[in-house]
Design a protein around this ligand. Structure first.
Ligand code: HEC
Length: 170
């Protein structure tokens, strides 16, 4: 056997051995050599959203701190806020709670759990913060949580608008 053939043989044996060893480490040393966009932590529309990443801060600041009681309304109930609330209400709430908030929306009538009459004393006697939390978190099995669809500001505008609702019949 010539020297060159021997050398080639040694290299062949060595690489084969290395290859076998690498196969065993496959599960231990995770080399990510192929990557697909769809293989990543993500969720599809209407999937349960991923939990918020630890230590992250919402760009609008904390809306409320769990366990610290009802938040205080930071948005003054001026003309602009109420007008914004009126528009948001007609888009997001009127189908259930009705055009005047009396719980008689087109969709609301078809629900087993009738939407609340927002003009009534029961609702109006609650604090702004309580209403805000209701909009944000929804009511299990009755009303959807709207914190995903509406910004913090939107929700306070809605609270301010809700305060202007009055029963049409005394
Ligand atoms: C899918 C229909 C639906 C939509 C949309 C909806 N609600 Fe409701 N809402 C309900 C139902 C049902 C209840 C529960 C009534 C009950 O507890 O008996 C409720 C309860 C509430 C309450 C609690 C009343 C109280 O006295 O505690 C508030 C406040 C409220 N809704 C405001 C809103 C606002 C503002 C919007 C829009 C941003 C909205 N809701 C959208 C169906 C809806």
């Amino acid at each position: 056997m010539s020297l060159v053939t021997r050398l080639i043989l040694v290299i062949l044996v060595a690489t084969t051995l290395l290859g076998v060893v690498m196969l065993f480490t496959y599960d231990i040393i995770k080399l990510e050599w192929v990557s697909f966009m769809e293989i990543q932590p993500s969720y599809k529309p209407m999937d349960k959203p991923l939990p918020v990443a630890a230590n992250s801060i919402p760009i609008e600041g904390a809306a409320y701190i769990p366990g610290m009681g009802d938040p205080v309304n930071p948005v003054p109930a001026d003309e602009i806020s109420i007008e914004r609330g009126r528009i948001l209400y007609s888009v997001n709430c009127a189908m259930c709670h009705g055009p005047n908030g009396e719980g008689d929306g087109v969709v609301g009538g078809a629900l087993i759990n009738r939407p609340a009459n927002l003009t009534g004393d029961v609702t109006q006697s609650k604090s702004d913060g309580t209403l805000f939390l209701t909009l944000s978190n929804g009511i299990e099995g009755k009303m959807p949580a709207l914190n995903e669809n509406l910004s913090v500001r939107d929700r306070w505008d809605l609270v301010n608008f809700m305060r202007t609702l009055e029963p049409t019949q005394p």
